[in-house]
Design a protein around this ligand. Structure first.
Ligand SMILES: Cc1cc2nc3c(=O)[nH]c(=O)nc-3n(C[C@H](O)[C@H](O)[C@H](O)COP(=O)(O)OP(=O)(O)OC[C@H]3O[C@@H](n4cnc5c(N)ncnc54)[C@H](O)[C@@H]3O)c2cc1C
Length: 465
């Protein structure tokens, strides 16, 4: 009797409760055999950009190595493949970690029904979160809609220690029916090294070199001051519990813990409001006047290409296009710029981000966007209009971040680099003039807010704060 371990967004072998469970069950069955399985969905796969495909292939290869080269790769839809694999290997059970999106829940329910009919167990153990979505609630069992009270209850709730490795590893089966890896597309920039070991190494680097000053440096895109573990967390190459277990009460560690909690908060919000993956958390904002048409499209294109004429915004967009990642502070600034300076709907930006980001995650992306757009969980919503020049001056004071991504501005001195149009030779190397006037657009954004029905200007759920 065999066990199948279905890897999804948990591409690691350590601190992996589903792996521990499958292993224990396999040894209890007698033979200790576990088939490690990964699915490539042919409908989903082509919708991903080349960087994401290449990164995932690298990560699977790394996982495969940890499994002694025994990873079974199958191409097909989960609803067909999982029952077929269970039948082929006469599996006793299929083990996996929970997925809390509506699509994932529906898929898993359908598979559970098929497997139950076949007499095969379908066993969910753990999730990609320290505390699974839906667990942190108010006293009346309703969910939180504001971060700070969620955070306090999340802390009180606590989480388990990292799962210990199995005392006896399973016998990974090496079936000869693997469909093989998809072709790895060429990517014209260096991807981060994928896989569990790279994530653990980066975390050690972070603890030794950056965590103590994380509270001071985390907003500085010109400093390598954050963990850069979002990609590894997205693919489950590392578990947040592994991170939390190493943190103490020092200010740097405490702020880092709070950031991990933002990821948990957004997953919880999405779990309770699945519609907000694409739709407005505060529906009143649907009525906001957004710009559409050819001019709006041209401004959107300038934003995507990093050619708005605002250096801090453009550096961020070019970082995204060139690396598949962007610093958090800059994500907020470019998102605010799209919605409040260009008056475009947040969903356009969120789709572009999701397509490009290697860490693209529905909950963090949609709610990061909605927070910035004012229609999300921010407790002081639309009035927060980031100044794209001031933000650059404050968080990239020497202009190093801008110079790194915008070669046309490398010759400009620190004083002018955030406003290159104010100096004689600022735009001589081909960098564009600003496509809008921030002061005017800020007023316009606030005017459009004032047009909304009464109540849109206030936080949706002030009682939480
Ligand atoms: C508009 C917008 C879109 C975003 N889209 C995504 C996304 O698709 N995927 C994603 O993982 N993050 C997203 N974020 C959150 C954040 O920008 C990234 O998690 C962070 O920049 C990753 O860098 P890091 O790993 O060095 O973070 P660190 O500063 O080292 O933080 C540690 C971890 O905490 C979590 N975290 C930190 N800040 C946030 C936050 N504001 N919201 C949620 N989780 C957070 C991440 O998992 C991160 O890896 C978005 C933020 C905004 C404003």
């Amino acid at each position: 009797m065999t066990r199948v371990l279905w890897f999804r967004r948990d591409l690691r072998i350590h601190d992996n409760p589903a792996l521990v469970d499958a292993t224990q069950a396999a040894w209890a069955d007698g033979d200790g055999v576990v088939i490690p399985l990964v699915l490539i969905d042919p409908h989903l796969w082509p919708t991903w950009g080349a960087p994401k495909q290449a990164y995932l292939i690298d990560s699977l290869r790394s996982l495969d190595e940890s499994l002694g080269g025994n990873l079974l790769i199958r191409h097909g839809s989960a609803r067909d493949v999982i029952p077929a694999v269970a039948a082929q290997f006469q599996a006793h059970g299929v083990h996996f970690a929970g997925d809390y999106t509506d699509v994932g829940i529906a898929r898993d329910d359908a598979i559970r029904t098929s497997l139950t009919d076949m007499g095969v167990e379908f066993i969910q153990t753990g999730s990609g979160y320290a505390v699974a979505p839906g667990r942190v609630t108010k006293d009346d069992q309703t969910s939180y809609k504001v971060y700070t009270p969620f955070y306090k209850t999340w802390l009180k709730h606590g989480w388990r220690q990292p799962a210990a490795d199995p005392s006896r590893w399973p016998i990974w089966a090496a079936p000869d029916t693997c469909d093989g890896y998809p072709d790895r597309p060429d990517v014209d920039f260096a991807l981060p090294v994928a896989g569990e070991q790279a994530a653990l190494d980066r975390f050690e680097w972070f603890l030794e070199n950056a965590a103590a000053h994380y509270n001071e440096n985390r907003n500085r895109p010109d400093v390598d001051g954050t963990s850069r573990l979002s990609i590894a967390l997205k693919w489950g190459e590392i578990h947040p519990r592994t991170l939390l277990a190493r943190l103490d009460e020092s200010p740097g560690h405490e702020v880092f813990r709070k950031e991990i909690a933002w990821r948990e908060f957004y997953a919880d919000v999405l779990f309770n409001r699945q519609d907000t993956a694409k739709d407005y958390f505060n529906p009143l904002y649907k009525q906001m006047r957004y710009d559409t048409g050819p001019d709006a499209d041209a401004r959107f294109l300038a934003w995507c290409q990093g050619r708005t004429g605002f250096p801090f915004v453009d550096a961020g967009m070019r970082q995204l296009n060139q690396e598949g990642w962007m610093h958090n502070r800059v994500r907020m600034v470019v998102a605010s710029f799209l919605v409040k300076d260009l008056h475009l709907e947040w969903t356009r930006g969120a789709d572009y981000f999701f397509d490009k980001l290697l860490d693209g995650d529905v909950a963090s992306n949609s709610h990061g966007w909605q927070w910035t757009a004012g229609c999300g969980t921010d407790a002081s919503p639309y009035y927060r209009v980031f100044n794209p020049i001031g933000q650059g001056q404050k968080f990239d004071p020497g202009g190093e971040y801008i110079r790194k991504y915008i070669p046309e501005l490398r010759h400009v001195d620190n004083k002018s680099i955030h406003e290159p149009w104010t100096t004689l030779d600022g735009l001589t190397a081909g960098y564009p003039a600003p496509i809008v006037d921030h002061a005017i657009e800020r007023h316009e954004a606030l005017a459009r807010l004032a047009e909304l029905p009464k109540g849109a200007q206030k936080p949706l759920y002030p009682q939480d704060t």
